[in-house]
Design a protein around this ligand. Sequence first.
Ligand code: BGP
Length: 472
Amino acid sequence: MDFGKKFLWGGSIAAHQCEGAWNQGGKGPGIMDLVTAGACGRPREICSGIVEGKHYPSHEGIDFYHRYREDIKLFAEMGFTALRFSVDWSRIYPNGDDEEPNEEGIAYYRSVAEELLNHGIEPIVTLYHFELPFRLLERYGGWSSRKVVDLYLRYCGTMFRALKGKVRLWVTFNEMNHLDPQTEASDIFTYMISGVKYSGMENPARELAQIGYLMTLAGVKAARLAREIDPENRVGCVFGLTPVYPVDCAPDHVMDAFLEMERQFYQVDAMCRGAFPAYREQEYRNSGILLEKEDGDEEDFRQGVLDFIGVNYYSSSVAHHEGDEGAEETLFGGVQNPYLEQSKWGWAIDPVGLRYTLNYVYKRYGLPVLVTENGLGAVDRVEADGTIRDDYRIAYLERHIGELKKAVRLDGVECLGYLTWAPIDLVSATTGEMKKRYGFIYVDRQDDGSGSLARTRKKSFEWFQKVIEEGI
Ligand code: BGP
């Protein structure tokens, strides 16, 4: 499959974390418009409606909606050849099930794509990055309904047609694999992905199984549709992958780690192997769960195989094992690795894990991989002279890019590109804070609502420019 020879360097952003303008341009409410900011690692609170004054900073984001030209110019200055951004479904269909799309929303994304192309930056569009129109949750219960699958496809079709000839690389979903495994402590994950809180489910195992099945089905149907509308389209899905290591070489521990690692892959298997995996259905049957499937699903899985796999990589973990009571838990399951340092938010820093993950995914499926997110969330300080010397971010990225190069040059992994999360500061997904910053570009916006929204190049800006110049 032809992807061109050019290695893509750039970054990823998501509409609900950067655009702001949450109720402008004909946009309806999305599920992430109903969450509050958490604080200091405390998860965000999920409200049942909009509560005046509670949803800062998400409702304003970094005002990318009005400032995208300025921001894209800065990305171009760094030498970006790709930018992954998401389309917010609720800008296109404000209620999710409207008769006609909102032309203002379409015009906005068309203009973002054109602006990128004018700067020689390839637009990569994510069709669903935690952005379910809220009404679809109220009216149909969200992703547990086939009606939502149909509406998602209608929305995707609208975008495939609207951006035909401008966008060629598409991502159907961001990180749907974080639906599983879950606990009540991580309500925010099931909510972000599906709109349903874990603690609000009557039978979580059964509901998550069905939601996971339907979202996976929606993904393959969308891939099929994209290529029908334009054979030039290349479709991927993005997974948030975390290597899970055994605590030692005791066979039971190795087995536990293997099983925990594998849990992340059933949807990837379904989208890359042309069939929903029989092993997963067996696991469900073992717990008395039967998936509701329909005639035609199998054909969709056969026809909807992905063209590439997007990998979001931040961290690794160690599998739970007996005797680990009291050990520090990681956000994505498992316990902390004593060999690794952690970010301020407790995410273990493991550059080798990136090489491991890229090898694992590429050699399992033989499909090209694209690093769709990688980066360090940190508190940045603005010095008296106005500079931001984020050497810790440079150190993090340098080590990860070093391992990426080994994966490409030594291990032969076919990697399409490397996109950082995020090239510009924006609102954190898990905590809702501005203070957890990832960018090469500092945005003057604080959690108390102050700040001019002015953009400033950090030290890492110039550094990344050189990385891109050097190439892979
Ligand atoms: C990924 C999400 C992004 C992003 C990133 C960092 O899982 O795809 O949306 O936010 O994580 O997470 P956070 O913003 O919580 O630090």
